[in-house]
Design a protein around this ligand. Structure first.
Ligand SMILES: Cc1ncc(COP(=O)(O)O)c(C=O)c1O
Length: 439
């Protein structure tokens, strides 16, 4: 449970913060001034000995909790054995490939390992272009698929694009169902008949040169503010793309390995993506990412046409094997579903007291809280969102800096090992911080 023993940031933290300010560029996001020393389970300890509860899991990475002993032990053992051997096979990579396929939906039967989420996006786009022989990809406004040029081009926000010159050609964007602020001005997703899906045909008729081969989307848009499509949207999208003969790439870099209360977020829907990208929670700390797919598609690339220096290295594979084992043994998917619902309901109750809590949305242990000036205008309140993060930190609860298209969404994503007691304690801290920030 949180224990604050110095003013925040404490004296040692201030020294490191000054050092960072002097030697690091300003491009990093401005996170709360917590200088992490170590972390265990759901508790972060800073360099001054202050203890905080964690609502960020790095950035939705450490699904099995920080430094789980059954994760640390095999990783340490691997450090004594082997770090890198390029594409030469190791038992760890062979075993991880089998394990990932074993836990994946039945039609996905091949997996290719890389290192970061952006690498996985790039690889998936390469595979899709090679398999379909077409180079246009439909993506969505608000999407985040990474920061390398191909991934940024697939992305649907200016943050990763503006100021960097021309993007990679071939990406066509259409509105995502952000129903709280419908980009097409519809009143309700229950009555609009999925206007945003109809709109895709219009966009394609104006922008595609006949080279459209694939569609890419996240199951929920993370960086845009935890935006979850309404029921039925995904099934209709999947049906539409099948009719058009398009390949379906689902970016599960953030949403997989129990985060949404299912092992993979795609299990919430009746859909069958051809390629699925994985990252973050796959390695649960040690960088590891992958593209998962149907063999017919994955084998479109001939031998030697794709590889990576660090992809599938034995340390990453050992870490991922340990993480999957913990997720299964400790029923973390179920914990995520159960405690995520407890948290969602608590936030909905808080909405009754604070009209600044404009929208509450989430699946499992990834929730988005949209902070607004008032419920009628829905005007985004970025400053108040930042203030809430600050007030939480002062009370021993760490959140990532606000995200979203308007910078006003609080992201709640604790490690999936969070206990009921930690949930209640952190909700109490959050409500107190909310009360202070909204007074
Ligand atoms: C959905 C999604 N795709 C891709 C990425 C890029 O991953 P990385 O930062 O590891 O390159 C992220 C990272 O936040 C993400 O959330």
């Amino acid at each position: 449970m949180p224990k604050i023993v110095t003013e925040l940031p404490g004296p040692k933290s201030r020294e490191y913060l000054a050092q960072s300010q002097e030697y690091e560029p300003v491009c990093l996001g401005s996170q709360a001034p917590v200088v992490w020393q170590e972390a265990h389970g759901c508790t972060i300890i800073d360099v001054d000995g202050n203890e905080f509860l964690d609502w960020c899991s790095g950035v939705l990475v450490t699904n099995v909790g920080h430094c789980h002993p059954d994760y640390v032990r095999p990783v340490k053992e691997q450090c004594d054995r082997l770090f890198n051997c390029y594409e030469f096979l190791t038992p760890q990579r062979a075993r991880l490939a089998e394990k990932v396929i074993e836990i994946s939906p039945s039609w996905l039967d091949k997996v290719f390992f890389v290192t970061t989420g952006s690498d996985a996006t790039e690889a998936a786009i390469r595979i899709a272009r090679r398999y379909t022989g077409k180079w246009e990809v439909l993506a969505f406004h608000g999407a985040f698929h990474g920061r390398t040029m191909g991934a940024a081009s697939a992305g649907g926000s200016l943050g990763v694009k503006a100021g960097y010159g021309p993007m990679v050609p071939g990406f066509i964007h259409s509105p995502f169902p952000y129903c709280y602020r419908c980009p097409l001005g519809q009143e309700s997703c229950e009555t609009c008949g999925f206007k945003c899906l109809e709109f895709i045909d219009w966009v394609i008729s104006k922008e595609s040169t006949g080279q459209l081969g694939a569609v890419i989307t996240e199951p929920y848009q993370g960086g845009a503010g935890s935006i979850i499509p309404p029921p039925g949207w995904f099934e209709k999208l999947d049906q539409w793309r099948c009719e058009k003969g398009l390949l379906f790439i689902l970016d599960e870099v953030q949403s997989s390995f129990g985060r949404t209360g299912k092992m993979f977020a795609m299990e919430h829907y009746g859909i069958q993506p051809d390629l699925v990208t994985l990252g973050k929670g796959l390695g649960s700390g040690v960088p590891c990412s992958a593209v998962l797919g149907r063999s017919e598609v994955m084998d479109a690339l001939p031998p030697g046409s794709m590889g990576s220096t660090n992809g599938g290295n034995p340390l990453s594979c050992q870490a991922a094997l340990a993480a999957i084992d913990i997720i299964q043994r400790e029923s973390l998917v179920e914990n995520s579903a159960r405690l995520g619902e407890v948290m969602r309901q608590a936030f909905v109750e808080m909405q009754g007291k604070y009209e600044q809590l404009g929208d509450v949305r989430g699946q499992g242990l990834v929730l988005g809280l949209e902070i607004v000036k008032d419920r009628a205008s829905k005007e985004a309140d970025r400053e108040r969102a930042r203030r809430i993060v600050e007030e939480c930190m002062q009370r021993g609860l760490v959140l990532i800096a606000p995200i979203g298209m308007y910078g006003n969404v609080l992201r709640v994503a604790p490690p999936l090992v969070i206990s009921e007691a930690e949930v209640q304690e952190s909700l109490g801290i959050f409500e107190e911080a909310l009360g202070v920030a909204c007074a």
